[in-house]
Design a protein around this ligand. Structure first.
Ligand code: G1P
Length: 289
């Protein structure tokens, strides 16, 4: 399965990050100095995909603005010889071709995927949830694309989570199919701890065939009264082989206060301008306890 288009789901209200997300789309909240949505677009571009469809909702147009060229800002920086910053700004509009479609009602992520149907057309595509920031030596999406190409099958990203956390995720039932690879035999969206088939969670990276649109068109509301992508995947898995790839790397949940904070610290400990000072600051506050 060869993928040339990616769909980013960015229509949600971001209620878990209120009040920060009241006016500013939560996907624009940064990790250090880079909006989460840009990290996701960078992952897509680094994986070799140049065409992106962003599913947004009313009031979230700033998400597209972030990737438009900014002639006034660019000439301001050019006149002052701030060439490094100029490159930083130019990069944002050169990474990919981005279009948007609107989800007019918050009916779930399965419904959001369906809004991209005509923009995607009749070809396999990637879906990314920008709450999930994946820091990997080889981009998470590229890891999945390698599997999809090798096995000619749809693939989702998997991560092992603590038993106590299973009810925050789509959890799979799976049998081993190779190194870090699983054949998915079942899945359930946000199960109760005693009903989870495993501790393997779906992370927001999916490679899907266009057939998923037919399934989503007939889908009924599931967990939380929303059209769930997990339920559509379950149906897809009944029709054809569906794989899970336990990707190599670290994932941060930007939609959650602790995940947001962890991402800042992890990136701060690596950034050349902040790493040393942040390390001494953390050491000093930990030793003064
Ligand atoms: C979504 C999916 C869920 C998945 C999770 C990963 O849930 O519905 O299956 O495990 O993303 O982040 P959300 O976090 O949007 O509620």
């Amino acid at each position: 399965m060869k993928i040339n288009k990616a769909v980013i789901l960015a229509a949600g209200f971001g209620t878990r990050m209120l009040p920060a997300s009241k006016v500013v789309p939560k996907e624009l909240l940064p990790v250090l100095d880079t909006p989460a949505i840009q990290l996701v677009v960078e992952e897509i571009a680094a994986s070799g995909i140049a065409e992106i469809v962003m599913v947004i909702s009313r009031g979230k147009g700033a998400l597209l603005d972030h990737f438009r060229s900014a002639p006034e800002l660019e000439s301001f920086l050019a006149q002052r010889g701030k060439n490094e910053l100029l490159e930083v700004v130019r990069k944002t509009s050169a990474m990919a071709r981005i279009t948007t479609v609107e989800q007019t009602e918050p009916l779930g992520i399965g419904h959001a995927v369906l809004q991209a149907k005509s923009a995607v057309g009749n070809e396999p595509f990637a879906v990314l949830l920008p709450d999930d920031i994946c820091e990997c030596a080889r981009p998470c999406l590229r890891q999945l694309m390698d599997v999809a190409e090798r096995h000619d099958a749809p693939v989702v990203a998997l991560m092992r989570v603590a038993r106590a956390d299973v009810s925050k995720y789509g959890i799979v039932e799976a049998s081993p199919a190779g190194p870090r690879l699983y054949r998915l035999t079942g899945m359930v969206e946000k199960p109760a701890i005693d009903q989870a088939p495993s501790e393997m969670a779906i992370i927001g990276r999916y490679l899907l065939p266009p057939e998923i649109f037919d399934i989503l068109e007939k889908a009924r509301p599931g967990h939380g009264g929303e059209i769930q992508l997990t339920d559509a995947l379950l149906e897809l898995g009944r029709r054809r082989e569906l794989l899970g790839c336990e990707f190599e790397g670290v994932r941060y949940d930007m939609g959650d206060r602790m995940g947001f904070l962890t991402a800042q610290i992890a990136y701060g400990l690596r950034h050349p301008q902040t790493a040393d000072k942040l390390r001494s600051y953390l050491a000093s506050i930990l030793s003064s306890r």
